[in-house]
Design a protein around this ligand. Structure first.
Ligand SMILES: CC(C)(COP(=O)(O)OP(=O)(O)OC[C@H]1O[C@@H](n2cnc3c(N)ncnc32)[C@H](O)[C@@H]1OP(=O)(O)O)[C@@H](O)C(=O)NCCC(=O)NCCS
Length: 149
């Protein structure tokens, strides 16, 4: 198991972090034209059922995860580690922090979606004990716009 050589300081995102976090998501290839990172962050911070956790090394933001629950299952989004620091165990630590966040709120199962073109992340989640579930995801934009890929 990859054990990080330095401890991440993990805390909920603060106002001053938003631009750095959006930049990290951009560099990790997690942004999509139809998702506004600042809007997504603001929405996740609005209520008690979701949060954006930020991991820092020497004060610099190097990792994130958005975590939340819908009253039944827990979900992860925007799991990201600075490309220069990947493969050092920080992704595992951020996932464990998100799991602990859910467990503390009584949520028994964590779920996440992996884009079909993100093959390399499959091995990461498998290393952390996650397994593929055979489900088909159906989605609809509620403002009537056509479905995005
Ligand atoms: C996915 C991501 C968060 C993983 O973070 P990371 O810090 O590189 O991963 P870790 O070093 O914590 O790896 C944890 C385990 O996964 C394994 N792993 C990670 N990437 C892997 C890969 N590409 N292939 C095989 N195994 C991999 C590691 O070997 C490690 O296993 P071990 O502890 O048994 O040695 C990071 O690569 C990233 O930010 N990717 C871009 C954004 C992204 O795709 N996010 C997920 C969206 S669903």
């Amino acid at each position: 198991m990859t054990a990080p050589t330095q401890d991440l300081a993990i805390a909920p995102i603060a106002d001053a972090d938003v631009a750095s976090v959006a930049d990290l998501w951009q560099r990790c290839g997690l942004t999509r034209p139809w998702n506004d990172p600042s809007g997504d962050i603001a929405f996740a911070r609005r209520g008690p059922n979701s949060a954006v956790l930020v991991g820092r090394l020497d004060g610099a933001i190097v990792a994130t995860v958005m975590v939340g629950h819908d009253g039944h299952r827990g979900w992860f989004y925007y799991l990201a580690v600075d490309p220069a620091l990947q493969g050092k165990g920080f992704g595992r630590v951020m996932t464990q922090a998100a799991e602990a966040w859910l467990t503390a709120r009584g949520i028994a199962k964590a779920q996440l979606m992996v884009r079909a073109d993100n093959d390399r992340v499959r091995a990461f989640y498998e290393a952390l004990g996650y397994g593929e579930q055979k489900r088909t995801l159906f989605a609809k934009w509620l403002d009537g716009r056509p479905l995005t890929p």
